[in-house]
Design a protein around this ligand. Structure first.
Ligand SMILES: Nc1ncnc2c1ncn2[C@@H]1O[C@H](COP(=O)(O)OP(=O)(O)OP(=O)(O)O)[C@@H](O)[C@H]1O
Ligand SMILES: [Mg+2]
Length: 165
């Protein structure tokens, strides 16, 4: 049962496939310029979620963990990009800016950031945050927190699409 208020949503995923489906549902609702941050330990399911997100958003590109490249780029037929940035190896927002973050944020696509706390001061405060928690072999907790009007609206649409509430 999801815990509900206007700014947060908390529920379980019981399989990788279900996490992909939740990702796809959110991906269908994303608009150009949206920012999503992903937190969670190794193996929590961040990349699994992005696999669905990218598909739902409309890209057929393969999703991989950007751990060794800083940023992956998935495209869809209209030319828009979904940027998938891994902040793990960054040590400051300044470093992210030096690597070109502002250009990516301004490019009109969607931005997904793993380890956002490593580049916190370079990221807009308004965003949808998702934290994934390992529970057992096949169960993960997903907690969304919306910051700003756009993301409260987005979370409301996701809640409606996922739980009919
Ligand atoms: N309910 C679930 N949701 C998501 N993944 C699950 C679930 N149950 C089991 N898994 C498994 O957990 C693993 C999650 O791996 P994934 O690469 O998505 O995690 P990650 O958070 O991106 O880790 P890393 O920080 O190492 O990149 C996969 O092997 C997946 O099959
Ligand atoms: Mg990953």
């Amino acid at each position: 049962m999801p815990i509900l208020d206007d700014r947060s949503l908390d529920f379980w995923s019981h399989s990788p496939e279900q996490t992909v489906r939740f990702g796809a549902r959110l991906g269908e609702l994303l608009r150009p310029g949206d920012l999503l941050t992903l937190s969670g330990e190794l193996g929590a399911g961040k990349t699994t979620f992005v696999t669905g997100l990218s598909r739902g958003w409309g890209s057929a590109d393969q999703v991989t963990s950007p751990t060794f490249v800083l940023v992956n780029d998935y495209r869809r037929p209209d030319g828009l990009h979904l940027w998938h940035l891994d902040g793990y190896r960054l040590t400051s927002g300044a470093e992210a800016r030096a690597a070109g973050l502002d250009d990516l944020l301004a490019d009109g696509g969607v931005m997904v950031v793993e380890w956002p706390e490593h580049l916190a001061e370079a990221l807009p405060a308004e965003r949808l945050g998702l934290t994934l928690r390992w529970s057992d072999q096949t169960r993960r907790g997903l907690r969304f927190e919306a910051h700003g009007d756009r993301y409260e609206a987005l979370l409301g649409e996701f809640r409606q699409a996922s739980f009919g509430l």
